[in-house]
Ligand binder design. Sequence first.
Ligand code: FAD
Length: 383
Amino acid sequence: MILLSFLMGLSYRAPPYQELINSVPQIGRPSELTLEYDVIIVGAGPSGAAAARGLINGGLKVLVIEKKKLPRYKICSGIIFKKSQEITKKYFGQIPHSAYAAPNFLKGVRFWDNNEYFTDWPFSKDGNGAPNIWRSEYDYWLIKNSGAEVLDCWNVTGFTDSNHHVSLECYHTNRNEKKEIKCKYLISAEGSQSLIRSRLDPPFEKSLKWFIAYQNYYEGYSDIDPYFYHGFLNSQYGDVYAWFSMKDGLQVFGTAVKMGNKLSFCLDHYTKMLENKFGLRLTKLIRKTACLGNDMCTTDRFYLGKGNVFLVGEAAGFLNAFGEGISCALSTGLSAAEAICKSVSSGGDSLALYTELTKQERKQVTISWKLGAKIAGRNLMPV
Ligand SMILES: Cc1cc2nc3c(=O)[nH]c(=O)nc-3n(C[C@H](O)[C@H](O)[C@H](O)COP(=O)(O)OP(=O)(O)OC[C@H]3O[C@@H](n4cnc5c(N)ncnc54)[C@H](O)[C@@H]3O)c2cc1C
């Protein structure tokens, strides 16, 4: 954790978002908030935003609680795949120009094998490619357009679930202030490290295996094709795989390894290869960052919830091969919302309905990792 805190603390050159800040009246005004909600969502990522949008469409009173100051940085390559594009457009509209990084669209993924030969996998049939976005901007735009009340800088630290309501405990991240908020349903959209999941089922949490994903942002140059997202499958560069892409002129690259001490070895090896083969020259470090992920997605251990508490997105284990997770975050957020709305209006077991609604998504995640292993010629999650 010391390593993580160190990595996260370094400065980051954020893209301009003054325009967005100026148009956010509903975020962070705790004094005006009511203390009773139909649903509280913990986490303002894509799964939280989609759940909020769906619940608001269903006429429910919704609060989103986010521990970071919005717009928040999120480690990501920021590629919006076809399914994510479709859900985004249908429920939120066109992605604003301010969320795009240059090059605005990437043609596809270029996978490099052990011998450093490549195969291209286009992102779209029409050749348009996929949006290359900054997550800080995209996620912020989603949550603002969800229609829910949003409280940032509040960390959820505990909850109790009686049959009638859930009571949530949260702390302000900068002030010495505590809140207890009640709701009928609680949704954890907390990402891979979910406090709510760990409280619901400690033995399950203990059984999880973790990997660390690390990413650098540097000023500099290279002669790698900037219109592709590059994946390096040689396991010397990472247990999962190593990646490279360009964002607003920054050289963005990283790798993912089993939790332990192999990270710097793989990263050094990978960086040297980029220098030798692609003329990578790094002039100024802008940010280095890391996060943890777990093996729920590759072991079919999706955790959808308990009682009145639901889990969506990565908190529930939804992450596709090669780390694509926005599409299943959006779709499971919407499914949880649909299940809750139906249960509120016509009765029935909302968790059973959510389980049914996510059947296809769970199957797709499992298949994606099998396909990924075929492409890589090895297990992509050897944790
Ligand atoms: C290196 C990397 C590259 C990736 N690239 C891509 C890509 O190009 N395309 C793609 O589709 N996917 C990509 N992904 C995956 C994608 O980022 C995730 O799957 C997606 O963000 C999951 O969304 P989520 O809403 O479930 O969680 P998150 O986006 O992680 O959001 C969770 C939110 O909850 C907040 N939170 C957590 N705990 C609490 C708490 N207790 N109280 C209050 N708030 C809390 C967090 O601060 C965070 O804002 C990538 C992942 C990594 C690691």
